[in-house]
Design a binder for this molecule. Structure first.
Ligand SMILES: Cc1cc2nc3c(=O)[nH]c(=O)nc-3n(C[C@H](O)[C@H](O)[C@H](O)COP(=O)(O)OP(=O)(O)OC[C@H]3O[C@@H](n4cnc5c(N)ncnc54)[C@H](O)[C@@H]3O)c2cc1C
Length: 293
């Protein structure tokens, strides 16, 4: 059941490409949860690929790699492990990438990463890549055969000097060899459409995969996204503390976001699932029932 397919090939087909994101668990309870979720996602969502994040804390290299292998070998997923520049020299990164390649992964999400907890700004390793574009360039110079994802920000990266500079550096990541862009989550499709339009106008022509997360609580949604459309804001206010109503708003909003994105020709959908299966399964089943997927 082992797959080994570049995501850029998947994105070249007509049918929408569906992906979900896991994160490597930190303890035994988290370990059980990710396995149960992987089983359910395999059975009911059957995504085209899954990704697994690379955390900022210690031990992430080993955990990301371990769970990437489990997701690939035990569940048969096409897996894209993430890799960040945090705390690693070029020599260490070369070793990690070699390890990914030897284990049969042909996709990597190449990121700079956030500053580790307690630190306010990103400090690159003195002998490591300072930006994601440098990591992409490094992988392209030293390895062949990888399809590389890079991150995009419809609401603009929080450290960016301006929308224009953020776009300029996104273009640099693609020019250095990024194969596709996966975006940070958003709840306002108009913000995403504007971002995609700006990318195209700037000459960025690789596929752009919108990243979505079904809302689990109004507080969380308002914390994670800068733009909450007035209609969604009103629905969340109306649902108040009623967990069932919030759940329904969450499912319905993501469902409607995906319907519109697919209708406008975006043929990839990436779901941030926080290692939980219920909401993504509900959304996907609703999309399949109405023949959107
Ligand atoms: C889909 C997705 C997956 C993610 N997965 C993870 C993960 O697994 N682990 C994790 O820790 N984080 C993850 N993140 C978060 C990400 O690491 C942070 O948002 C991080 O702050 C920026 O990473 P980047 O790769 O976008 O950085 P970059 O593209 O390097 O950009 C970082 C900032 O620097 C600016 N910039 C870029 N290049 C230059 C330059 N040459 N000169 C000056 N300024 C420049 C950009 O405008 C931006 O403000 C993910 C984000 C997304 C959208």
């Amino acid at each position: 059941m082992h797959k080994n397919r570049p995501i850029s090939d998947l994105l070249a087909r007509q049918r929408p490409v569906l992906s979900v994101e896991f994160f490597p668990p930190k303890d035994d309870a988290g370990g059980e949860l990710i396995l149960k979720t992987a089983e359910e996602i395999r059975t009911y969502v059957d995504p085209d690929f899954v990704s697994i994040t690379y955390g900022a804390g210690g031990g992430t290299r080993e955990r990301t790699f371990r769970y990437a292998r489990i997701l690939k070998e035990r569940y048969g997923f096409e897996v894209m492990p993430h890799l960040t520049c945090v705390g690693s020299s070029y020599d260490e990164m070369r070793e990690i990438i070699r390890e990914y390649q030897e284990a049969g992964f042909c996709n990597i999400m190449a990121l700079r990463g956030d500053p580790p907890k307690g630190e306010t700004s990103f400090k690159p390793h003195p002998d490591g890549p300072p930006y994601a574009s440098d990591l992409v360039n490094f992988i392209r110079q030293e390895f062949s055969g990888f399809s590389l994802g890079v991150a995009g920000y419809p609401e603009i990266h929080p450290e960016a000097k301006s929308a224009e500079s953020d776009l300029k550096y996104l273009k640099l990541k693609v020019d250095q060899g990024g194969s596709f862009i996966t975006t940070q989550l958003f709840y306002d499709n108009e913000t995403f459409f504007k971002f995609a339009e700006n990318c195209r106008a700037a000459g960025i022509d690789v596929p752009i995969i919108p990243g979505l997360m079904p809302i689990r609580s109004a507080k969380q949604a308002r914390r994670f996204a800068k733009v909450i459309p007035p209609q969604l804001d009103a629905l969340l206010d109306e649902a108040g503390e009623d967990a069932e109503k919030v759940h329904e708003v969450g499912i319905d909003w993501t469902y409607r976001q995906i319907c519109e994105l697919i209708e406008k020709g975006f043929n990839g959908i990436h779901l941030y699932i926080m290692n939980r299966s219920h909401m993504p399964i509900e959304v996907i089943e609703r999309l399949r029932a109405s023949n959107v997927l």
